[in-house]
Design a protein around this ligand. Sequence first.
Ligand code: ADP
Ligand code: MN
Length: 174
Amino acid sequence: MARDRKRQRPNILITGTPGTGKTTTSSALADAAQLRHVSVGDLVKEKSLHDGWDDELQCYVINEDLVCDELEDLMDEGGIIVDYHGCGFFPERWFDRVVVLQTENSILYDRLTKRGYDGAKLSNNIECEIFQILLEEAKENYQENIVVALRSDTVEDVARNVETLSNWVKNWLS
Ligand code: ADP
Ligand code: MN
């Protein structure tokens, strides 16, 4: 499908359940492909793009409109990697590739436990991964041919995913 205006550099969304390696993969890819990594979680904290703290879920209540306003100009320029554990509220036109990272349950469990997750927060995230919630959300919101699910169990997986994606970026204009 032809676009009427191709961005000079592509935008990539890296999504997946917390702990699947979004930030690790995004920052390595940003180095390898000379893209700019935007961690939405960090941006929300830095610029207070939220409506307060949710005690039950133990996270900020993200204000989706403020986040989208904040990112609009950057996304328009291109060359951005957006790193977030959600994908349904971004404008579809922002992304040329949507990557969903996936991790085997026992590995994810250990990563999240190490990060201090327990109780409902831990089990909600494990369930999110078991039911492939982010992959479903990605397929619902973006054209199927730009959505790709990538395994992220080992450091070798990270290296391979970064290589695959940076090759794709290199070929973007050719
Ligand atoms: P996310 O941003 O998706 O929450 P992170 O990139 O912060 O995940 O990774 C969570 C933890 O798991 C970090 O300690 C990171 O080093 C480790 N990790 C992430 N992906 C992998 C992987 N594919 N192989 C080994 N360790 C990983
Ligand atoms: Mn992260």
